[in-house]
Design a protein around this ligand. Structure first.
Ligand code: NAP
Length: 457
C-alpha cells in the first residue's frame, strides 16, 4: 500500500492501493493520445490552458497548501507560497513560450535554414516529496507548453499531493490524461522508462536513485535530465555585510526544515570574521520556532519522515564524534512527530560527515578558512555542484571567484533560489541538464533543423 501520513503527528491520513499494470497501461495509452492531440494545437491555443492552470492553482492555494503541509510537514505559509510559485511558473511560460519556441533563423547557403522546436512526446517525471508541488510544476509548465505530455511518478509519501496535482489539471480543463499521475513504487520506474510510449525522463531526487535512472534511460536511449542532491557552499569573505549574510544564511539553511537541494549546507567563513558571523547566525537561528506546521507561529515544521530524521541524527552524532563543535541543537524533539532541533556546528573540517555528506534537514556546518582562495578550494572539495552563495563587497573579486566555483549557479550577496526566468541545475554528483528558463524548456523538445534549397551559389 502507498500510505499518506502526517509526519507532524504520526497519524495515517489515507492509504492507496498502488496502480496495477492494467491501470498503468490504460493511463499511458490515454496520455499518449492526449499528447498527440495537444501537439497538433498551435502554440497560441495552448497558452490559455497554461493560464487556466495558474488561475486554478491561485484559486485553490489554501486548500492545496494544506495538503502539502499535512503530508510533508512544512509550515503552512511556506506551502501556500509554494503553490503560488507554481502559478507564477505557468504564467511565466505562458508569456515566454512564444519567444522560446519561435523559429531560429540561421544564415547559411540555403534559401532558408532554421531551427524549429517540436515536441518529444510523453515525458516521465519521477519526483521527490520536499517541494511536492514545485518540483513537479517547474518541470510540467515548459514540458506541456512545448506540446509534450507528462506522466508523474511522485514520491510514495506524498500520494495526496500527486492526486491533487492531477486534480488541478482536471479543474483547469486540460486535455484529459495529458498530465497523469501513477501511484506506483520506485520498482515500476525502469519499466516505465523502457515503455515505448515514454520519450524522455526528468528526475529530481537523490544521487543514488539518479544513477539508476540514468543507467536505465541510457540503455533505452532516452533523453534525461537529472536534478540531484547538493551540499551548497555559502562563502562569507571578510569584507561582507556580516549581519545581512547571517540573516539570509539562516533562511538558506532552515527554510523547508532544511530539506532543500539548494539549501546552504556548508558555511565557509573567513576566520577574521568567523566569530562575528557565528554569533549573528546563532542569534537568528535561535529565533526559529519549531512546532505544529499548521500553526501560524511556527517557522520550522516537522521533517517529512521519521527515517529521514534518523538519517540526519546519525550524521549529527557522527560529526560530534569526529570533533565538530556543537553550538546548538543536535537532537530529535520528543513526541510523535519528526521534529528536529535547529542544529549548528562550528569548527567543522571538510572531512567531517556534516561537511562531506548531504545533510537533508536542519543542521548547519560552519567551516573557518584563512582567505578567499581557501574558501573556493574548500567549496569545490565536494562531490556535489548544485548552487553556491558568495558574500563580499568587492564585486570584481566576486565575479572572478564565481567563475572558479564548481556549481550550476553562483548567487552573489544573495541566497540560492530557483526562479522560472533563469536555468536551474547542477554539475558533478548534482546531475546534468537544466530546468527553467529558455534552456530548461529546450531540454524536452526536438531541436530540428529545417533546410530549404536551392542553395545559394
Ligand atoms: P529519492 O529517494 O531519490 O526519491 C525521489 C523519487 O525517486 C521518488 O519518487 C522515489 O520513489 C523515486 N526513486 C527512489 N529510488 C529510485 C530508484 N532506484 N529508481 C527509480 N526511482 C526511484 O529522493 P528523496 O529522498 O525523495 O529526495 C531527497 C533528495 O532529492 C535529496 O538528495 C535532494 O537533494 C534531492 N533533490 C534535488 C533537487 C534538485 O533540483 N537538484 C530538488 C529536490 C530534491 P519512492 O518515494 O516510491 O521511493
Amino acid at each position: 500500500m502507498i500510505t499518506s501520513f502526517n509526519p507532524a503527528t504520526g497519524e495515517t491520513l489515507a492509504t492507496f492501493a498502488p496502480h496495477d499494470d492494467a491501470h498503468i497501461a490504460t493511463t499511458l495509452d490515454r496520455a499518449d493520445k492526449a499528447q498527440q492531440q495537444w501537439a497538433q494545437l498551435p502554440l497560441a491555443e495552448r497558452l490559455p490552458h497554461l493560464l487556466s492552470i495558474a488561475q486554478t492553482l491561485r484559486r485553490n492555494k489554501e486548500a492545496l497548501g494544506r495538503i502539502i503541509t499535512l503530508e510533508m510537514g512544512k509550515p503552512l505559509a511556506e506551502a501556500i507560497g509554494e503553490v503560488e510559485k507554481c502559478a507564477w511558473n505557468f504564467e511565466f511560460y505562458a508569456s515566454s513560450a512564444p519567444q522560446f519556441l519561435s523559429d531560429l533563423m540561421v544564415p547559411t547557403a540555403a534559401a532558408d535554414s532554421r531551427i524549429v522546436y517540436d515536441p518529444l512526446g510523453l515525458v516521465l517525471a519521477v519526483m521527490p516529496w520536499n517541494y511536492p508541488f514545485w518540483q513537479v510544476m517547474r518541470a510540467a509548465a515548459p514540458v506541456l507548453a512545448s506540446g509534450n505530455g507528462l506522466v508523474l511518478k511522485h514520491a510514495s509519501n506524498v500520494p495526496q499531493c500527486a492526486l491533487a496535482l492531477e486534480g488541478v489539471f482536471k479543474e483547469a480543463g486540460l486535455f484529459e490524461g495529458l498530465f497523469s499521475t501513477l501511484l506506483v513504487g520506485a520498482d515500476k520506474v525502469p519499466a516505465l522508462i523502457e515503455d515505448a510510449r515514454i520519450s524522455a525522463v526528468t528526475f529530481t531526487g537523490s544521487t543514488p536513485a539518479g544513477r539508476q535512472i540514468a543507467a536505465t534511460a541510457a540503455r533505452a536511449l532516452k533523453k534525461q535530465v537529472l536534478e540531484l542532491g547538493g551540499s551548497d557552499p555559502f562563502i562569507v569573505l571578510a569584507d561582507a555585510d556580516i549581519a545581512q549574510a547571517a540573516t539570509l544564511a539562516v533562511k538558506a539553511r532552515f527554510q523547508n526544515t532544511g530539506q532543500s537541494c539548494i539549501a546552504a549546507k556548508r558555511f565557509i567563513v573567513e576566520a577574521s570574521v568567523a566569530d562575528q558571523f557565528v554569533e549573528a547566525f546563532c542569534a537568528t537561528a535561535r529565533q526559529l520556532v519549531v512546532g505544529d506546521p499548521l500553526a501560524a507561529s511556527s517557522t520550522q515544521g516537522s521533517m517529512a519522515r521519521l527515517n529521514l530524521r534518523q538519517e540526519l541524527d546519525a550524521q549529527v552524532q557522527a560529526s560530534v564524534q569526529e570533533g565538530a563543535k556543537l553550538l546548538m541543537g543536535g537532537h530529535a524533539l520528543p513526541g510523535a512527530g519528526a521534529f528536529y532541533e535547529p542544529t549548528v556546528f562550528d569548527h567543522v573540517l571538510p572531512h567531517m560527515t556534516v561537511a562531506r555528506d548531504e545533510t537533508f534537514g536542519p543542521a548547519a556546518a560552519i567551516l573557518r578558512v584563512a582567505n578567499a582562495q581557501e574558501a573556493v578550494r574548500v567549496a569545490n572539495d565536494s562531490p556535489f555542484g548544485l548552487g553556491a552563495a558568495l558574500w563580499t563587497r568587492d564585486l570584481d573579486q566576486a565575479h572572478r571567484l564565481s567563475r572558479q566555483i564548481q556549481s550550476g549557479a553562483v548567487f552573489i550577496n544573495a541566497m540560492v533560489a530557483s526562479d522560472p526566468r533563469i536555468p536551474f541545475g547542477g554539475i558533478k554528483a548534482s546531475g546534468y541538464g537544466r530546468e527553467l528558463g529558455m534552456l530548461g524548456m529546450h531540454e524536452f523538445v526536438n531541436i530540428k533543423t529545417v533546410w530549404r534549397g536551392p542553395n545559394k551559389t
